[in-house]
Write a protein that binds this ligand. Structure first.
Ligand code: GLN
Length: 340
């Protein structure tokens, strides 16, 4: 009996190994991606929830009906639906890439040591969160940490620092991005709260000098214009170990990518990051311009743009559409089929 069953066992084991191998390597099929994108697009197109950010006056004027979805795979396939031409300001999504730049220049420990990588449990521009631990126990994806990260980018002049940041973003997007001047001017005229946050981070020694300049450069980095496809290419560069699959350029060190993704998982959607991770398992980052990027490591980068936000500052349609699409495509890295 035992002898007779052996081939069956061997076959089952072989089939199991085969299934696991398939699960790991199986590329996403065109039809399944297109149908997931189209279904999510249609389902939320008429959803009327949330409101444009209006604490930056220029953002209140952006067309709330802009709605575009893009997904890019590590082998460079691009899928889009809806409006992928309209550009919005990148806003807080920029924080991910400035964080990566600082880690490239000064080592991953530079971020970890100077501000920390913990969720604050507070709104993204919280002053209480700075006060609580004197600017530590923070992270580079909320304003205090992000302005501090911008202050850490090396360069001998404002211009040199700015050029380096923009070039870095360009490498992630695979094209030359530009600044939305109206948004930049509008936020620069109304960002007293961020100026105060930067002064506090300076007072507590996290920003070493010139907090006003750091805030100004941070405001400009938030004003970079992107469309849904740009954001998806930036996201897939993270999904692909730091290499942009469209240009082939290794944009950031492979060994820093996992740490950037970990901080995105912890704090990418501010004080709603836990809920988001619970539902999707995806490292992600939102911006008050209405964009969200999410990363399924090794599988895809996805982005949705839709300006109306929920009270935490995250795009309503983008959260719903990304969650649906990722769930349809098996994007949650924590979901594993038992081997036996
Ligand atoms: N520039 C915006 C700010 O500093 C970015 C905030 C965001 O996207 N959550 O307030």
């Amino acid at each position: 009996m035992v002898f007779l069953n052996l081939p069956k066992i061997a076959m089952a084991v072989a089939a199991g190994i085969f299934a696991v191998a398939l699960q790991a390597a199986e590329p996403l099929g065109k039809a399944e991606v297109e149908s997931a994108l189209n279904a999510a697009y249609a389902k939320y197109k008429t959803l009327q929830e949330g409101a444009n950010a209006d604490y930056i006056p220029a953002l209140a004027k952006v067309d709330p009906d802009i709605y575009g979805i893009a997904l890019v795979t590590p082998d460079g396939k691009i899928y889009t639906t809806g409006d992928v031409k309209s550009e919005v300001s990148i806003q807080s999504i920029s924080k991910v890439f400035t964080m990566a730049l600082v880690m490239e220049e000064s080592g991953p420990g530079s971020i970890y040591d100077n501000m920390g990588v913990d969720a604050t449990g507070q709104v993204f521009n919280s002053i209480v969160a700075v006060e609580q631990y004197k600017g530590a126990e923070m992270n580079p994806l909320v304003n205090a940490g992000a302005i501090t990260a911008t202050s850490m980018v090396k360069g001998s002049s404002r211009e040199e620092i700015w050029e380096k940041i923009l070039q870095y973003y360009n490498d992630f997007a695979g094209r030359e991005l530009s600044v939305n001047k109206e948004v930049f001017d509008s936020e620069a005229a109304t960002n007293q709260r961020n100026q105060a946050i930067a002064q506090l981070m300076y007072a507590y020694g996290h920003i070493k000098d010139n907090p006003a300049r750091a805030t100004d450069i941070y405001t400009e980095q938030c004003s970079v214009n992107v469309n849904a496809k740009d954001l998806a290419v930036m996201a897939v560069t993270l999904a692909n170990g730091g290499r942009n699959p469209l240009t082939g350029k290794q944009v950031m060190k492979n060994e820093n990518v996992a740490e950037v993704l970990a901080v995105m998982a912890t704090a990418g959607l501010y004080d709603d990051s836990g809920k988001w991770l619970y539902h999707t398992g995806l490292p992600a980052k939102s911006g008050v311009g209405g964009g969200i990027i999410a990363v399924s490591p090794g599988r895809f980068g996805i982005a949705v743009i839709s300006p109306p936000l929920d009270p935490a500052g995250n795009s309503v349609r983008a959260q719903k559409a990304i969650a649906d699409i990722s769930n349809a495509l098996g994007g949650n890295p924590y979901e594993v089929t038992p081997a036996r």
